[in-house]
Write a protein that binds this ligand. Structure first.
Ligand SMILES: C[S@@+](CC[C@H](N)C(=O)[O-])C[C@H]1O[C@@H](n2cnc3c(N)ncnc32)[C@H](O)[C@@H]1O
Length: 391
């Protein structure tokens, strides 16, 4: 009997020939029934109606994020100009900006539309995976007995409170739902305007990761690897290196490992805190992370800088990638308002902490011992911060 995952890994033609019982003519239909198959490098959602529902949220939210946000920014600018305050650059603290803008109906609409679609989108995905929970647990367990690559889970790992929040309203967060990996992966496709099923963003980020000055790359770590998408992209970029991802969320790592097994890519996953890792001193050539910093408290962010320094070999590089590693926090009225609404209404609990850490990020890297370089990203004049551990 073929299991669902084997079906996914077999070409449609081969499946059709091995499953004559599924031939539609046997059921009086004039087309062949096929398994749901994959989208890009990932299995499709379990149901067609769910796919359509998420498709609707994707397009609605794309419109919100683009046209509606732009209109809201214009409105915020106009309100500030009328008050004689520079809307693009001002010293007003966030709470003052919020007081001025929050009663405006367009601001309210943008916040509300994003928050409510975010909630129903997560709930729809979560319900679908829980409806067939046993099957999904079985496939996770099955993958754990297989390679390539490895997964090290620690049942006794203490989960600190800061890592237990339902960040961006994801039900159960990264640690509290056994299907968090599935939920996150599909939800991200909605958030990224239908651009997640081929690991598009992470492939671009892996391309941007620079080499250490001596060009030697034997071991690579992605911190806070979530569903393992960047970890996989890093392995593709450095096929001869041993590539690791670590994360506090066991359900995320189980999902990441299962995907790697499905794709036949050898990557390794470690259940731990980035700031208290189990890796030895001077171990990695490259340590990197993507979209981690806006989701952690300021002090944890500082601790991770020091831990990265410890685990890198002399001459190795640390390359953190998040919104403020290449751009400073926006000082515009609407920029401050959106930081607040993501924090308050999208449960980005640590976003304002990240805004506080950002101006001191480079100093903390220097205190840890890094030589700091602003590395060109290849996108116009943009650079991203990079730490080199002195050789
Ligand atoms: C937004 S996700 C990272 C996305 C991922 N890099 C990608 O490319 O899709 C943040 C991840 O960091 C993990 N995380 C947050 N704080 C952590 C910590 N202190 N140690 C380990 N993992 C942590 C969360 O569990 C979550 O999976």
């Amino acid at each position: 009997m073929l299991d669902r995952r084997t079906l996914l890994n077999t070409s449609v033609a081969a499946i059709a020939s091995t499953l004559p019982a599924l031939k539609a003519e046997a059921k009086g239909l004039d087309f062949d029934l096929e398994p749901r198959g994959t989208t890009g490098v990932f299995e499709r959602l379990p149901r067609l109606d769910l796919e359509s529902e998420l498709g609707f949220y994707t397009s609605y939210r794309t419109w919100i994020r683009q046209d509606v946000f732009r209109s809201a920014a214009r409105r915020a600018n106009a309100i500030f100009r009328e008050m004689g305050i520079n809307p693009r650059e001002n010293d007003l603290p966030i709470r003052e900006v919020v007081k001025i803008l929050e009663s405006d109906p367009l601001m309210g609409y943008t916040v509300h539309a994003r928050e409510t679609t975010q909630q129903i989108m997560w709930a729809a995905i979560q319900d679908a995976y829980h409806a067939d929970g046993e099957m999904y647990l079985e496939e996770l367990e099955r993958a754990e007995r297989k390679g390539p690559g490895s997964l090290q889970l620690r049942a006794d790992l203490h989960i600190p409170k800061f890592a237990s929040y339902e960040i961006h309203l994801q039900p159960g967060g990264y640690v509290g739902d056994p299907f968090a990996g599935y939920i996150y992966y599909h939800g991200l496709n909605v958030e990224f305007g239908n651009g997640n099923y081929r690991d598009e963003l992470q492939t671009g980020r892996a391309d941007a990761v620079p080499l250490p000055p001596d060009g030697k790359v034997k071991r690579v770590l992605e911190q806070g690897c979530s569903a393992g998408q960047l970890t996989l992209a890093l392995k593709k970029k450095f096929p001869d290196a041993e590539v690791w991802g670590n994360d506090i969320g066991a359900p995320m790592l189980r999902f990441a490992h299962m995907r790697s097994v499905d794709l036949g890519i050898e990557t390794h996953y470690m259940h731990e805190l980035c700031e208290e890792s189990n890796f030895p001193d001077n171990h990695f050539d490259i340590v990197t992370n993507f979209l981690l910093y806006h989701e952690i408290p300021e002090q944890v962010g500082r601790d991770i800088i020091h831990e990265s320094f410890r685990t890198l070999r002399p001459g190795g590089i640390w390359y953190p990638m998040d919104i403020y590693t290449s751009n400073p926090p926006p000082q515009s009225a609407y920029g401050k308002f959106s930081s607040w609404f993501d924090h308050r209404w999208n449960s980005e609990v640590w976003w304002l902490d990240y805004r506080k850490l950002a101006p001191d990020f480079e100093n903390e890297m220097k205190r840890a011992g890094f030589e700091v370089v602003h590395h060109p990203t290849g996108q116009g004049s943009r650079t991203n911060i990079m730490g080199i551990k002195p050789a």
